[in-house]
Structures are given as structure tokens and as C-alpha cells.
Write a protein that binds this ligand. Sequence first.
Ligand SMILES: [Fe+2]
Length: 393
Amino acid sequence: MPYYRSVGEVPRKRHTQFRQPDGTLYTEELMGQEGFSADSSLLYHRHAPTAIVAAEAYDPPAVTRVPNLPLKPRHLRTHQLDHTGADPILGRRYLLANDDVRIAYVSADRPSPLFRDATGDHCLYLESGSLRVESPFGALDAVAGDYVIIPTSTIHRLVPTGDEPARLLAIEAAGHVGPPKRYLSVRGQFLEHSPYCERDVRGPDGPLLVGGSDVEVLVRHRRGWTRYVYAHHPFDVVGWDGHLYPWAFSIHDFEPITGRIHQPPPVHQTFQGPNFVICSFVPRKVDYHPDAIPVPYNHHNVDSDEMLFYTGGNYEARRGSGIGQGSISLHPSGFTHGPQPGAAERSIGVDFFDELAVMVDTFRPLDLCDAADECEDPAYAWTWARPAAPPAG
Ligand SMILES: [Fe+2]
């Protein structure tokens, strides 16, 4: 994250004596990426962040994966997976996955346990409801439309805070997620042509200073899951500074790039991850050439599987497909996709699209997970030949 923050109390010089009111030293934790060669933060704990009193193997949530075979475009109705009693981490229902990224959905109404994913960053997109992200860095409040990036190995707890459940799309990377490199200067500042910048980014703004002992933390690591019990609560940090921390960015702050004729999906790119990108389709003025066709042309992005989560407005190109709020479409490599029948003609002369969608394009094929099977609309693959009735409501 290219944005230095300093929160709470930190000493003037790093790695020097910094004492608590009782005279004992605060204990430092440097959390950094790529072996001291990339972004890091330096945290000051009241108690040693190394002190564990128990460790046992933990059965991870089952994630089954089957290939997209026969190869078909897919339509998943995520809201069919809603049920009460789910937490935002262990309640995730996995839909699509490859070795670079796992994509899950959950409608959560209770707090998660403390969790650390040591295998990669998480990018959460909040479709509805509200959520508090607690970590040693402090609390970060998210509302509908927010992306939240949680760096690898950040111990965190997700707490739904509103009257309605928090509906989340969770994009779990096997690596780091951040702004597209082409939008950053060599020193990490957002450039003028970036669709968002530092002012749009939010981070934790005060320490949580939670007390307590014998605290359970579930850890997903490269060889499985382990349940730790820490001697002291890991959110005992009095201050920290650096470039690495959970941060939020609202899709409503993404400034769309538009043109006289149709702009390709890279203009919508919001984040990059290992072998995948995340894009935001937001309400925008559309193509203004007098002869423009605002919906996309048929296309085959031969190196990518394309997943689109429809999270607001009306997605003009998909009218007649059965797709509605909370739908996910998967258009895999090997299949040419495009607008539904009639959409091109209908879009001519339209000057504004009221649509909100999150896209994940992966460079390796996405397998289907068990929850995809539970909520798939089997008619979708044929809707370019046999349009479906509009969704109810
Ligand atoms: Fe596409």
C-alpha cells in the first residue's frame, strides 16, 4: 500500500527503547512483505506477539473443486446461499477457485473468530450491510460498496455491525493485492490518470488496545490450518507506523474512465493480484461518438476466465439472461461471450449506464466449488440462443 500512516503512540526513532507506564519495554513487531524488501509496518505491543500457549491442527472448511467441464458460461445466484447464523470468515461459501485465488460469498450476521491467513491477502467487497474489521492496527469500518484489503497474516476479526446481514464477496489471493502498478509512481504515489488516489483510501485511525489472555486465533497457513492460543490478546498494540495495514476503498469513489467509443475492461481495473485483476464497473456516462454502440462487443479474452459479480443498478448488456442483484457470471477462456440478444440495438443513444459490478479476471482457469453447484442457474448457457424471462422484482 503506497501510503504512509502513523497511528497511536510510536517513539521518534525506530528500534529504540520505548517504555510503558510501568517502565517495561513495549515489544516491537515488524510485519513486512517480500523479505524486508517491500512494504512493512512496525507495531508496538504491550505483550510479546510471539507468546503462544497452545497449538493444535484444525480441520479447515472443506473447499471442493471440480473443473468447468463441459466448458460453459455459468450463472450463480449467490443470494440463494443466504442463511442465518453465518460468520464472515468460517461461513464463507466457496464458489470459484484456482491456485491463485479463491472466491467466496457469505451473508453474515455474527462475528468471526480471530483469524490469520498466512497464505495471501484478502480483498473483501461488501455488497450490503456494514462490517467492522478489527486487527492489531485498529478498527476499520466498512459499508456497502467498500472494498477492504487485508494484508497477508494480519490477525483480524470481522464483525457485522448493522441491522441487516453483511453480504460479502471474499477474494482470497495466494499473494498480494494492491493498486495497479501503472497507476503508481516509482515511489508509490497514485498518478494523475489513476481512477482513485490517496484521499479515497481509509485505514485504521486509532489503536484498539484490547486486553485479555488465552486468546484463540485460527491460522490458515501453507500446509493446513492451526488453532493457536495466544497468551495475550494480539490487539494490544499501542501504536504503529508504515505502509502495510488493512485499508478500505469505496467503489463509489472509483472515477470511471470513459471515451467516445467503447473502452476495454482495463480502464475499470482497480486492483492487481497474483495472476488476476479486479475491476469495478460503476455508474457512468457512456460512449459519446454519434454512432457509438455503448454495450460491449462480443469478445474472447483468450488468456482469462472472467467472473462478474452484479452488485447494483441494471447491467444493460445482460438483460434477458436472468441475471440480477447478487448474480455472478463466469465467462471462461475457450468461450466467446458478449451482450445478450438485442442489447446492442437497445443501447444506441443511451448516454448513461447505472450499473455496479465487480469483476475478477484470472489468468488460470477457475474451478467450480461446491456452493457454485448449489446456486447455479442451469439455463444461463443457452440464453444467447434462448433469452430468459426478466428476473422478478
Ligand atoms: Fe467480458
